[in-house]
Design a protein around this ligand. Sequence first.
Ligand SMILES: [Mg+2]
Length: 166
Amino acid sequence: MFRNFRADYRYPSIYQIPLETISSDGVKYIFTDLDNTLVADGAVETDFQLSNWLAQTKLLGLEVVIISNNKSEQRVADFANPNNLAYRYRSGKPSPDVFYEMMDKYDIEVEEAIMIGDRITTDIFGANRAGLTTILVEPVDPKEPFGIRCMRIIENILAKLTKEDV
Ligand SMILES: [Mg+2]
């Protein structure tokens, strides 16, 4: 029952993700969470390392699309627009619907996209339910609101439970 909570891959941050391998495996789209996956919660600045990473995805022909549950379009757009990234706010993760919607929108098969996120119960669970390959990263900024810290306790248990195939 826990299989959909298990990320296919785990890395300390997006910077360890082997983009070249992903690209040569036929992936065309990188769906990614925003808050605490690419930048700290609410941050809009793109530092050198992140700009470099985004440039590398472009060079490899990988299209980055932000899929955020943030309710503020402004917040998501303030990050996405300067970086020329497509985005979806209020995405409704962990419902798989947003992933079906995106695959339909970009006319791609499930093998042609991956999902990156820092939350097991939203990013990973939602994308796994849609059949995508999933990558879990550690949160950019560990200082989080109380509600999310509580969810982290549950997510850490899930992470341990799903460390091995169940
Ligand atoms: Mg997040």
